[in-house]
Design a protein around this ligand. Sequence first.
Ligand code: SAM
Ligand code: SF4
Length: 333
Amino acid sequence: MGAERPLVDRFDRVHTNLRVSVTDRCNIRCFYCMPNENVRFKARSEILSFEEIERFVRIAAGLGVTRLRITGGEPLVRAELPDLIRRLASIPGIVDIAMTTNGLLLAESAIALKEAGLGRLNISLDGLSEETFQQIARRSGLDRVLDGIFRARDAGFQQIRLNAVAIRGLTEDEIVPLGAFARAHGFEMRFIEFMPLDADGAWQAERVLSGRTIRERLESHFGPLVPLPRVDASQPAVDYVFADGLGRIGFINPVSEPFCQHCNRLRITAEGQIRNCLFSTVEWDVRRLLRADGSDREIAELIEVCIGAKKIGHGIDSPDFVRPGRAMYELGG
Ligand code: SAM
Ligand code: SF4
């Protein structure tokens, strides 16, 4: 379905993907994302209601948005999430709804999510040892995540991707076991470079374990990885398959190989701020319009202004780079 006024920015990037953060809350405390203690979450009244999210998505769909990703914080801590999925799945023009989750609450919700119309799942899995899990998440729970992954597959999710943030000096020994796990069970493994979005501001370039280093480690154990043709220019991952055809591995390398030139994503935070980039230092307040009788036209124009202001790239490697004032859990990863 073609939009009357597609969301094209100054660099001819057409925006069709919307990431919807449904909460800033989480049941664990990954060091690359959240503070460990005393997290100042938004008050419930500040967070968009399902009605407000649904209206926003309907307007965005009118501007050519076709694909949604539900994220957070941890989206599954938001009560009645399948109800929201059901509402979003019925919006004309929305063809795909995916979700990124830490998996801790997935075992009990997978069937309801599937029935509500959730199409695809990315589940975070940085390693296969409980020790690594606790070093990263600062809470326990690997067994529940693994249970969630298998229960999601039993519920009918075919295309499950496992996301691992790779940290130098911490997760090197997880790479080969994760590759073997993906091969053994038919999951797609995706390694993601650590980005400067941690709440503690402790990110350092030296802690980024590059996609290239990971690939070399996998290849020295399993043999050559064969690159797969890019299906979609805007996909952030570079995908490979093992030479024997068993198992797919993707690399998301925002730090060492930025993919901004093909970015087609916009975001809305849990409290209704729209953003044209994870690294943007500016936000556009759509909640004000949603709660003050703003018209659909005014909301559509605000989205257009946000996209019109998008920069050519995130500039992490530039000396002028300025970190956004908020961390990953507040932005919606
Ligand atoms: N709570 C859910 C989860 O962890 O899957 C969804 C939200 S989380 C912010 C989305 C994704 O961002 C996860 O795969 C997480 O591992 C990743 N992430 C968080 N902080 C990151 C960082 N500083 N650099 C790279 N990826 C990060
Ligand atoms: Fe929670 Fe996801 Fe952030 Fe980890 S990455 S603290 S699971 S929101």
